[in-house]
Write a protein that binds this ligand. Structure first.
Ligand SMILES: Cc1cc2nc3c(=O)[nH]c(=O)nc-3n(C[C@H](O)[C@H](O)[C@H](O)COP(=O)(O)OP(=O)(O)OC[C@H]3O[C@@H](n4cnc5c(N)ncnc54)[C@H](O)[C@@H]3O)c2cc1C
Length: 439
């Protein structure tokens, strides 16, 4: 058997640049057997081990001072089963490659988040989600998982096989084992008609329930320091396809959302007093647009401006009240916020530590330009969300610990009990897991 490609140590950093780690060594196993050998060797050397994806988490969930397992050895699409409507891919496949490969076969995932740089295993492990009335997170679209556990066993799990492992490991926080392959449910590729429309904040609040109920995928962005929102409604369409003209797409997604926005954020960082004025001008400059395209071209867009982020899931019925309080808090404060607040929804799911586990949820995400002072703003938002039994995204900044999670996740002990069985020696431990899981 080949040994996993090993690299000498270098500092590992996440996308946002707010987390760094210095592993003892970094390896890229290319099969479940190589992965098992990597884990046995780490244990024999008295080291911890941790798989990383694309480093797009804002928390230190992927950080390790032991053996860092890179995703680049496990990037194959293993099989496609048209009759069953499933595709099995290795853990390190990036979502953008999965989306392109599926589209080439006339297939698609049902729902996804805002970007597609993440690896499949990294995305699911923290509960990455988009917005959906009926369709839930990426992890909720999995039908089976292959996991290499601390003792080097290769476990497969699904709703029928080891259902207790399947319930937990789809959003496993990297705590239960290293995922080597993921099987997704897929469907014939379809068209989504996207309708983006600026709307006043009070109208969005008054119509939030209707908008989230009447549309398959509803979300909105509120621009702090203004009464302006941009709403997005994506619904399945019979066609014909009417993609954004290439020039309009480039102007909106590259020039305005990345180039001009980057310049506005840099200006706001140098002169925070200018931020409310910039926000008023840029949010008024929004215009309505409609287009129809295949799912990943509607759901995702490039995000090049670097930021830090916190996101909380609250029970759906608490959302309007929480967002109104957030706006009032910003207005009373001297916070200066360049980034819009993003609000999405998800139906209840059955994954043990999913932020939507057992309850219909609304997600409220706040962002700050990288290098700006975010602490007071995020602290204020966290207070509003935790007063409503909010559950933070596992990959986005928060200050909660196991004592809190026990109170907002009815199945918390089920997860930690399974972890005690699968990883009693904490081979996959790190500081983040000690905080959020309690040991
Ligand atoms: C610009 C940007 C946009 C984003 N948009 C969204 C969004 O729309 N919706 C949303 O919900 N989130 C979003 N996120 C958050 C992001 O999707 C999550 O943090 C995701 O976990 C990152 O995936 P990754 O591949 O970078 O994994 P990493 O951040 O590298 O790792 C995440 C976790 O997965 C574990 N992991 C990685 N590989 C494996 C494996 N093989 N086996 C076991 N565990 C593993 C790691 O140990 C770690 O615990 C966004 C982040 C950024 C920076």
């Amino acid at each position: 058997m080949r040994s996993a490609r090993s690299k000498s140590t270098a500092t590992w950093r996440n996308w946002a640049g707010n987390v760094a780690a210095r592993p003892v060594r970094s390896v890229a196993p290319a099969s479940p057997d190589e992965l098992a050998a990597v884990l046995r060797k780490a244990a024999a050397d008295g080291l911890t081990a941790k798989a990383v994806g694309s480093g797009h988490s804002f928390t230190s969930t992927a950080a390790t001072g032991g053996v860092l397992i890179r995703p680049d050895g496990l990037t194959a699409i293993r099989s496609l089963d048209r009759a069953a409507g499933t595709v099995t891919v290795e853990a390190g496949v990036q979502l953008k490659h999965l989306n392109a490969a599926l589209a080439a076969e006339g297939l698609s995932l049902t729902n996804m988040g805002d970007i597609m740089e993440q690896t499949v295993a990294g995305a699911i492990s923290t509960g990455t989600h988009g917005t959906g009335r009926d369709s839930a997170s990426i992890a909720a679209q999995i039908t089976a998982l292959e996991l290499v556990t601390a003792d080097g066993s290769v476990l497969t799990c699904s709703a029928a096989e080891r259902p207790e492992v399947f319930a937990a490991a789809r959003i496993g926080l990297g705590a239960l084992g290293v995922i080597s392959a993921v099987t997704f449910a897929v469907e014939p590729v379809f068209l989504l008609a996207a309708r983006e429309e600026p709307m006043r904040f009070d109208r969005v609040m008054a119509e939030f329930d209707a908008l989230a109920t009447e549309n398959e995928h509803f979300e909105f962005y509120w621009f702090p320091h203004t009464d302006n929102c941009n709403t997005k409604r994506n619904n399945r369409s019979q066609g014909p396809a009417a993609p954004l003209p290439a020039v309009r797409g480039w102007i909106d997604d590259e020039l305005l959302s990345n180039g001009v926005f980057q310049a506005a954020c840099a200006l706001g960082k140098a002169a925070p007093g200018a931020i409310p004025g910039i926000a008023r001008i840029s949010s008024r400059a929004l215009s309505a647009r409609t287009y129809t395209d295949i799912p990943y071209k509607v759901f995702t867009s490039p995000r090049r401006v670097r930021f830090v982020e916190m996101e909380y899931a609250v029970p759906r019925e608490a959302a309007v009240d929480a967002i109104r309080e957030l706006k009032a808090t910003v207005e009373r404060s001297d916070f200066r916020i360049s980034f819009p607040v993003e609000v999405r929804v998800a139906p209840a799911d059955d994954i043990t530590l999913s932020t939507a586990s057992g309850r219909d949820s609304a997600y409220v995400a706040v962002h700050m330009y990288r290098g700006s002072r975010y602490q007071e703003y995020f602290t204020a938002v966290e207070r509003i969300m935790t007063e409503r039994e909010g559950r933070p995204h596992w990959g986005k900044m928060h200050t909660r610990d196991a004592d809190y999670f026990r109170t907002v996740y009815p199945r918390f002990a089920e997860f930690t009990g399974l972890r005690d069985q699968l990883d009693p020696g904490r081979l996959f431990g790190n500081d983040y897991l000690r905080r959020v899981l309690g040991s």
